[in-house]
Design a protein around this ligand. Structure first.
Ligand code: PDD
Length: 287
């Protein structure tokens, strides 16, 4: 099926959508993005994604796209036009194209940000087999830049990490810096020990996951203990459970780290429960 996508104010077939070869997103990875999930044709955590987008833009001194105030309507219209029941909406903003290549940022009076959105239909997203079997991760060095709190489109290393995992027969990679886990290639990382949920605290070292914020809030509301601090990969291997969160996976249990099985090598009760709560609560507040 040909998707209907959105580019700079217009809905059009994906086959007709184009962006300039001089776009700074293409030449310099000078862009930011958001991924918002859709369940029952509704958007999950939309306000959180919009707030993070605004923050990413501000941190990079990038103007908001001219259509910023219409973003909810654009998301909803794309869901409608593409008949999305379960899936994701991808949104990208770049600093635009000045019609040439230059390291200096273009004048914002004459060069406006590029805004692109498209849908990804994923029937069965909420009922993913990986949620039942759990995933395997490997550890790799974290060699990304120092502003991982900004959701930029510089995804080459995370993409390489995913390939390293695939090659090793695993599903994803957890990245390690100064002996401690930062996060997964495209998700936040957690371990559970003695009933306590442990995850790295927010800083410039990790993306401030929108799913993370919701899951930790639900965990605390359910009287689960949460500790926000760095943990090592050895500590993770000895944990009772581990899991990841992101907009595209919600909560996935991790059952193996660098070939070491966690517990019985099956999803643990805390990850299972958090996934259930997250899905229930997010469906209720979806818009
Ligand atoms: N990735 N950490 C990184 C490095 C990520 O890329 C993501 C999301 C997360 C989780 O954030 P959130 O809960 O807001 O989705 C953490 C998206 C899903 C992606 O790149 O496809």
């Amino acid at each position: 099926m040909t998707r209907t996508v959105y580019v700079n104010g217009q809905y059009m077939p994906e086959t007709e959508a184009t962006v300039s070869i001089f776009d700074r997103g293409f030449l310099m990875a000078d862009g930011v993005y958001e991924v918002t999930s859709v369940l029952d044709g509704k958007l999950l955590d939309f306000d959180g994604h919009l707030a993070r987008l605004e923050r990413s833009l501000a941190e990079l001194d990038m103007d908001k796209p001219d259509q910023f105030d219409d973003l909810l309507e654009i998301h909803r219209e794309l869901v409608r036009l593409n008949d999305i029941d379960e899936g994701m909406i991808y949104l990208q903003v770049t600093r635009g194209s000045s019609g040439d290549r230059d390291f200096v940022f273009p004048d914002t009076q004459t060069t406006r940000p590029t805004l692109v959105l498209f849908t990804q239909s994923k029937p069965g997203l909420a009922d993913s087999p990986a949620a039942k079997t759990g995933i395997k991760v490997i550890s790799i060095e974290d060699i990304r830049w120092g502003r991982r709190d900004i959701k930029t489109v510089q995804l080459l290393y995370p993409s390489m990490g995913k390939m390293m995992a695939k090659k090793a027969g695993a599903d994803d990679a957890w990245m390690i810096e100064d002996g401690h886990v930062t996060e997964g290639t495209s998700n936040n990382a957690y371990i559970v020990k003695g009933g306590k949920i442990i995850t790295r605290q927010l800083s410039n070292d990790i993306l401030h996951g929108i799913t993370r914020a919701a899951v930790l809030r639900f965990a605390r509301e359910a009287q689960m203990e949460v500790e926000e601090r760095p943990f090592t990969i050895d500590e993770a291997k000895e944990a009772d459970e581990a899991f990841i969160t992101s907009a595209s996976t919600f909560v996935f249990p991790v059952v193996e780290i660098d070939g070491t099985k966690l517990g019985e090598g099956t999803p643990g009760p805390v990850a299972r429960r958090l996934r259930e709560i997250y899905l229930d609560e997010s469906r209720k507040s979806a818009i």
